[in-house]
Design a protein around this ligand. Structure first.
Ligand SMILES: *[C@@H]1O[C@H](CO)[C@@H](O)[C@H](O)[C@H]1NC(C)=O
Length: 138
């Protein structure tokens, strides 16, 4: 009389463990990083003049230092893929002073002439202002 109950219990425990394993592995799978490339130009974008395509990893800051130093305070045009928003910052480290909102430009999909770029409060001249960039999927 005790045996069927025990078998049932073992089955129930195994089922619970299997469910827990599936649940855990589902939770552990990391969200894939969304890769993207943007094109930035020190001159015009059409025709391309001083352009470079940069890989951006979602939400990580690209400083225009090291090999990208030649672009620091030089970007005039940029192209961002559809489905992404990029913030261009006047300072290194993707820091937003936030006092007047004029230290960032916000770029969505398409080509932007930074001389007339969307800011936080209004459009502004962000030509030759950028020192760091961060992008995210939207
Ligand atoms: C970018 O530059 C800032 C300021 O120099 C620094 O704090 C930050 O760690 C740098 N970020 C990267 C990703 O190199």
């Amino acid at each position: 009389m005790g045996l069927p109950t025990e078998i049932f219990s073992v089955k129930a425990i195994l089922a619970a463990l299997a469910f827990a394993a599936v649940s855990t592995s589902t939770l552990v799978v990391p969200a894939p990083l969304t890769p993207a490339t943007i094109t930035v130009c020190s001159g015009t974008i059409s025709p391309p003049n001083g352009c470079l395509t940069i890989s951006v990893v979602s939400d990580s800051c690209v400083n225009l230092t090291g090999g990208l130093s030649f672009l620091n305070k030089e970007i005039s045009f940029a192209q961002v893929p559809n489905g992404f928003v990029c913030t261009f910052y006047q300072d290194f480290g993707c820091l937003n002073g936030g006092v007047n909102g004029h230290d960032v430009a916000i770029l969505t999909g398409g080509t932007t002439n930074l001389a007339n770029a969307r800011g936080i409060a209004s459009n502004q001249n962000f030509n030759d202002q950028t020192s760091s960039i961060t992008c995210s999927p939207i």
